[in-house]
Design a protein around this ligand. Structure first.
Ligand code: ADP
Ligand code: MG
Ligand code: MG
Length: 252
C-alpha cells in the first residue's frame, strides 16, 4: 500500500520561501483534500513533490514507502507511481495524445518491455468512454486547442491509463461546468482503491461533493494550519477562511 510522507517541507521559488514547514501524510485508500486561498502555495506543493526544477527544496523531507523522493529524478518519481494532474496542462505541438500516453506508459514499464498496441487501444477506448471523450482526441496534438474542460478530462485520462499509486490533482475543477465536473469526478472515483492515495487540491468545496475526501486540510501561508474531516470543507464553504485566521492569529 502506497505511503507518502511529507515532513517539515520548505520550498523556495527564486529565493522567496513559499512552503514554510509543511506536514502531510497520505496512504493508499485515502482521499485527502487541501483547500486554501489563492497564493498560499498549493501548486508549489504539488510541483515540489513532482520535482519541478524551478522549486528549490530548502528543508524537510518527502518519502514514498520510506524511499527519499527528493533524491529521485523527475522521471523516476513518475515511475515510482507519483502522478500530478496539473492546474494548467501544457500544450505540446507535434505529439499526439496517443503517442504521449504510450510513451508515458512504456517509460513506466520494466526495461525493454512495452504495452502492446492492441491492449493500449482497448484500454484507452474504455477509459475515454467513461470520460465521455471523443475518439478524435487521441490523434490530436497534446492539449493543443483543447478547451479548459477538455484539458482536465485529458489529465484524468492520463491518470487512469498510468495507474499511479499517489495521484495529485491540482484544481482539476477550475473552469469545469457542473456536467464536466461530474464526469471528471466519476473518472476519479472509478479509480479509487487501497492501492491508490489521492490528494485533491481545490479552492471550492463543490468538487468535494463529488470526490468525497476522508481528510480535509486547510493551507495558509505555506503551511497546513488545520485538518479535519469533510465537515471542515462545508464550514469553509459557509464561512470562508476568516474564522481560521482569527483562531490562529494570522494577519495578512
Ligand atoms: P496557490 O496554488 O495556492 O494559488 P502557488 O503555489 O501557485 O499558490 O503560489 C504561491 C506563491 O508563489 C505565490 O505568491 C506565487 O506568486 C508564487 N509563485 C508560484 N509560482 C511561481 C513561479 N513559477 N515564479 C515565481 N513565483 C511563483
Ligand atoms: Mg492559484
Ligand atoms: Mg494553484
Amino acid at each position: 500500500v502506497p505511503h507518502l510522507k511529507i515532513e517539515d517541507l520548505k520550498v523556495s521559488i527564486e529565493d522567496k520561501e513559499i512552503l514554510k514547514g509543511l506536514n502531510l501524510e497520505i496512504k493508499g485508500g485515502e482521499v485527502h483534500a487541501i483547500m486554501g486561498p489563492n497564493g498560499t502555495g498549493k501548486s508549489t506543493l504539488s510541483s515540489a513533490i513532482m520535482g519541478h526544477p524551478k522549486y528549490e527544496v530548502t528543508g524537510g523531507s518527502i518519502t514514498l514507502d520510506g524511499e527519499d523522493v527528493l533524491e529521485m529524478a523527475v522521471d523516476e518519481r513518475a515511475r515510482k507511481g507519483l502522478f500530478l494532474a496539473m492546474q494548467y496542462p501544457s500544450e505540446i505541438s507535434g505529439v499526439t495524445n496517443a503517442d504521449f500516453l504510450r510513451s508515458a506508459i512504456n517509460a513506466r514499464m520494466e526495461e525493454g518491455k512495452e504495452i502492446s498496441l492492441m491492449k493500449f487501444i482497448r484500454e484507452m477506448d474504455k477509459k475515454m468512454k467513461v470520460l465521455e471523450m471523443d475518439e478524435a482526441f487521441m490523434h490530436r496534438y497534446l492539449n493543443e486547442g483543447f478547451s479548459g474542460g477538455e484539458k482536465k478530462r485529458n489529465e484524468i485520462l492520463q491518470m487512469s491509463m498510468l495507474n499511479p499509486r499517489i495521484a495529485i490533482m491540482d484544481e482539476i475543477d477550475s473552469g469545469l461546468d457542473i456536467d464536466a465536473l461530474k464526469i471528471v469526478s466519476q473518472g476519479v472515483n472509478n479509480m479509487l482503491s487501497p492501492e491508490l492515495g489521492v490528494l485533491v487540491i481545490t479552492h471550492y468545496q463543490r468538487l468535494l461533493n463529488y470526490i468525497k475526501p476522508d481528510f480535509v486540510h486547510v493551507m495558509m501561508q505555506g503551511r497546513i494550519v488545520k485538518s479535519g474531516g469533510p465537515e471542515l470543507a462545508e464550514k469553509l464553504e459557509a464561512e470562508g477562511y476568516d474564522w481560521i485566521k482569527k483562531e490562529l492569529g494570522i494577519v495578512d
